[in-house]
Design a protein around this ligand. Structure first.
Ligand SMILES: [Zn+2]
Length: 405
């Protein structure tokens, strides 16, 4: 079975470069950068001539005007995959897809296993050499690397995807040579990457099931005739949807960590600025990207740094209790609510270059972590059940009293 994860990408910004750019612009942290750069900035009309470049150059993340909550949610989910990704809900033309694709400029590095089975040095460190394949056990003993650094990728799941595209199926090229072989599907390619599903509410049911399966377990198994294969599939799920076009199944809605309701810009000046920037970008993409290059590089380095301090970020009990009190008051059942709330608060602290979560971190992420968590159906259902329980208890009391009296 081949493994296509052998492409290399640019090395991460070195500490020296990082230091230098930081001095140039005096940005204190990623959070600071987000507040300072986006939604403002100068428009330079002396820009645009067509460079004739046909390649896809996404709009720079930091050039997006306003939409702070959407941008913060996306950045936090890049910093901490444990948040569980982001769902963007809103009408068409509000920049949801643009924002997600613009993350391409900011994607951090991860260490990827060099082995087909996905063996990692951490596996050996936590569970001994028997936890990896014999090949990797030997390499580890010889001091050879089991992983390589590689950029996170943005993998898009197209709306019209069929189950075979998503989980993989028989490899037709191999079949043409009379060989039976399985082909990796999108969910396998999404391992340790971002998986973006636009119009997530319009997916076919079998595709949604496969997506849920993989995101719950972190792997999935494909069976085609006599062949079977299991693939890693640990991805950060980013979805967008227009609620006018249909509702999202509750199981998949629950899978998303952060939830942002995206509206159009309501400030006329912001809207004008956004129009101008998009116009400049459409006239000369490379110019717009270069205009934001320095800040983009800083943001990328900051995301990497924040990811590296994530496991040092501590959530004190007294701060956790405030969050749980909130969830309790809101009568939210899903345990994913506090996982997302706490993990995003930790990422928010890391984005601000701190290793201690404060009440303010909770406050900054509370809306995006807890909204769209309650279900009218469940509330009604529980109320009905309580009414029924009361009836049973009353009937029982009457019967008991009756029999005693
Ligand atoms: Zn291995």
């Amino acid at each position: 079975m081949d493994d296509e994860e052998t492409k290399t990408s640019d090395p991460v910004v070195s500490p020296e470069q990082h230091q230098e750019t930081m001095v140039v612009t005096q940005v204190r942290s990623l959070k600071d950068l987000l507040d300072r750069v986006t939604g403002r900035g100068e428009y330079s009309p002396e820009s645009a001539e067509d460079s004739g470049i046909a390649e896809i150059l996404p709009f720079p993340f930091l050039a997006m005007v306003g939409q702070r909550e959407m941008k913060l949610a996306l950045l936090l989910s890049l910093i901490n995959p444990a948040i569980g990704g982001v769902l963007l809900v809103g009408p068409r033309g509000t920049g949801k897809t643009t924002a997600v694709r613009s993350l391409i400029h900011l994607l951090p590095m991860v260490s990827r296993s060099l082995c087909y089975y996905g063996c990692l040095p951490e596996d050996i460190e936590s569970a001994g050499v028997d936890s990896v394949c014999p090949d990797c056990a030997r390499k580890y003993a010889e001091g050879k690397p089991l992983v390589k650094l590689d950029s996170v990728r943005l993998v898009e799941l197209p709306l019209n995807s069929q189950l075979d595209d998503v989980i993989g199926g028989l490899d037709e090229r191999a079949a043409a040579h009379d060989r039976m072989r399985l082909k990796r599907g999108l969910l396998a390619h999404a391992d340790r990457n971002l998986l973006y599903v636009d119009e997530v509410n319009m997916l076919e049911d079998d595709v949604v099931d496969a997506l849920l399966d993989a995101s719950t377990q972190g792997y999935f198994t494909v069976r085609r005739g006599p062949l079977a294969a299991t693939y890693w599939s640990r991805f950060v799920l980013i979805g967008s949807m227009n609620p006018e076009e249909g509702r999202l199944r509750p199981q998949i809605q629950d899978r998303f960590g952060l939830r942002v309701v995206v509206r159009g810009l309501d400030d006329i000046e912001e809207r004008l600025e956004a129009y101008k920037r998009v116009h400049t970008y459409l006239t000369n993409r490379r110019y717009t990207i270069e205009e934001y290059q320095l800040e983009t590089d800083i943001a990328k380095a900051e995301i990497q740094t924040a990811r590296e301090i994530m496991n040092k970020v501590v959530l004190p009990d007294e701060v956790a209790r405030i969050g749980l009190e909130l969830i309790n008051r809101l009568k939210i059942d899903s345990l994913r609510a506090e996982i997302t709330l706490f993990e995003s608060a930790r990422a928010h602290a890391a984005a601000d270059a701190r290793t201690m979560v404060t009440k303010d971190d909770i406050q900054e992420v509370v809306l995006m972590s807890l909204r769209l968590r309650r279900s009218g159906f469940i509330t009604d259902y529980i109320e009905q059940q309580q009414a029924e329980d009361n009836e049973i208890l009353q009937a029982q009391q009457t019967a008991f009293h009756g029999s005693i009296g």
